[in-house]
Design a protein around this ligand. Structure first.
Ligand code: PHE
Length: 484
């Protein structure tokens, strides 16, 4: 009893007054309050709510004419032995057709052909015709009584005299539990359901009775709007790098092979350049590259730079111009360095890359990379390890592992792995840019670089078995996901 609100109590008393069951419109309370209280009481099994679909009718403009002037076919009854031509002349072709049609249907008349003319002959039945069931029904509807014969209703509908509409009629009734509560006696007293600063300050709370809360009462879940988990993660990563003093940079989806690969000393016959691995564009098919820079990089590939021997093959400048969807965001950082040759620099980007991968539980053809560099005097490999450990630590990974790796543009190179379900899983690559990458731009201090997968990490943080889930708009999953 103590968990019932004053409104609920009031409704129970009202129901008792009506003998245990009443329609909302019969109860002396505001409708919204009734329905509100009723639904709470229903969830506590104190009342039940019955619903019934009720048919109602509405009289149309046509129907109103029938009510006022009677059914059109009745006017025909005074037209015994008159030709159809004359009737049409008197009432107009359209109305004449309706009158004659219904009169024939009701067997009130016959048509007689004589001397090439058609006459209306009123039958005995027609002569006896008085008040019609349609008219009776219309009168009833007019008076708000909808209990009319189904057949007549359907005729009136067909004659477009009435329209049907449906309404749900509800009635609220006391359950046995409800009756029990009533029998114990319900008292409505003033209760406080909310505490305010004023109530505390004035000391009013001391003499007031507080409403007891039923913490187990059912309430529908409300899901606050929030960003998609990937969006939230990106936001969090941005923060982490910004906090560590990094600046965010951005790039474009479409790049030349030159910037995506050649300047990074990726040999032109590298398998990753294959149509199998890279999406090449049809339009634009090629992107122009600065001539001087192209010559310079061609030489680096062919014969090296500053002590390097290069790859020793003959560089194809047309291949360098090919347009493609960037396969990694390392292109963002090398473009940045090309324009900011003076150290120090700490930049990062979190952007989308594209690869011809077959989609499965751990692979997507479009995904994001968390890319970054530290470019400064005396930067070294330990710093690289430290920054990655710090980043993953802030993302919640206690344990990370480094493994030697190979990238054409870094030396030394390493991969970062984290623990996932008892296994080590690779999350990204990193290393120090080779002289073949930095020297052509006149960059003399070390550049620590990394490119880490976002979706793989998201999968682990969100406990997913399938990376694709991140891109299904599964609203149930999204709603119940906690904030990251
Ligand atoms: N670009 C590499 C990849 O896509 C990652 C990487 C970035 C490696 C920078 C070394 C340095 O996997």
């Amino acid at each position: 009893m103590e968990v019932l609100s004053p409104m609920e109590k009031k409704l129970l008393l009202e129901l008792e007054k009506h003998g245990g069951e009443a329609k909302p419109e019969e109860i002396d309370m505001e409708l919204v309050k009734i329905m509100n209280a009723a639904s709470w009481l229903q969830s506590k099994k104190i009342v039940g709510i019955k619903e019934k679909l009720i048919k109602e009718y509405e009289i149309t403009e046509e129907g109103k004419k029938f009510l006022e002037y009677g059914l059109p076919e009745k006017k025909l009854l005074s037209m015994d032995n008159v030709t159809i031509d004359e009737i049409e002349e008197k009432f107009g072709k359209k109305d004449a057709k309706i009158m004659i049609g219904w009169a024939l249907n009701k067997k009130w008349c016959n048509i007689l052909k004589k001397d090439g003319k058609k006459y209306i002959i009123i039958t005995n039945e027609g002569r006896k015709a008085t008040s019609q069931p349609e008219e009776e029904a219309l009168k009833k509807i007019y008076n708000g009584d909808f209990s009319i014969d189904e057949k007549i209703a359907s005729i009136l509908k067909k004659r477009r005299a009435i329209k049907e509409r449906e309404r749900i009629s509800r009635s609220i009734y006391l359950t046995p539990l409800g009756w029990n509560i009533i029998k114990k006696g319900i008292e409505i007293e003033e209760e406080l359901s909310q505490i305010t600063p004023d109530i505390i300050k004035s000391g009013e709370w001391k003499n007031k009775k507080f409403r007891r809360y039923d913490v187990k009462a059912f309430a529908p879940s409300i899901y606050a709007a929030k960003r998609h988990p990937l969006g939230q993660l990106i936001e969090k990563i941005r923060r982490i790098f910004a906090d560590m003093g990094f600046k965010e940079i951005k790039g474009g989806y479409v790049e030349s092979a030159f910037w995506n690969m050649d300047v990074l000393f990726i040999p032109q016959d590298h398998p990753a350049r294959d149509m199998q691995d890279t999406f090449y564009c049809k339009n634009p098919k090629e992107i122009e590259v600065d001539k001087n820079l192209l010559d310079k990089i061609a030489k680096v590939h062919e014969s090296g730079i500053d002590g390097s021997k290069g790859w020793g093959y003959s560089f194809d400048k047309n291949k360098a111009k090919k347009a493609l969807l960037r396969t990694h965001t390392t292109v963002n950082t090398i473009r940045y360095l090309a324009n900011h040759k003076k150290p120090p620099a700490k930049v990062f980007s979190i952007e989308r890359v594209f690869r011809r991968e077959n989609i499965d539980t751990t692979h997507l053809p479009e995904f994001h990379q968390i890319e970054g560099i530290i470019y400064e005097k005396d930067a070294n490999f330990s710093m690289l390890k430290g920054i990655l450990k710090e980043f993953y630590g802030r993302m919640g990974f206690k344990e990370i592992r480094y493994r030697p790796a190979y990238f054409p543009y870094t030396e030394p190179s390493m991969e970062v792995e984290v623990q996932w379900r008892g296994k080590w899983i690779e999350l990204g690559g990193s290393g120090i840019f080779r002289p073949e990458v930095t020297k052509p731009f006149g960059i003399d201090e070390p550049v620590l670089a990394w490119g880490l997968g976002l979706e793989r990490m998201a999968m682990i943080l969100l406990g997913l078995n399938d990376i694709r889930k991140l891109y299904f708009s599964d609203i149930k999953w999204l709603q119940t996901l906690p904030l990251l």
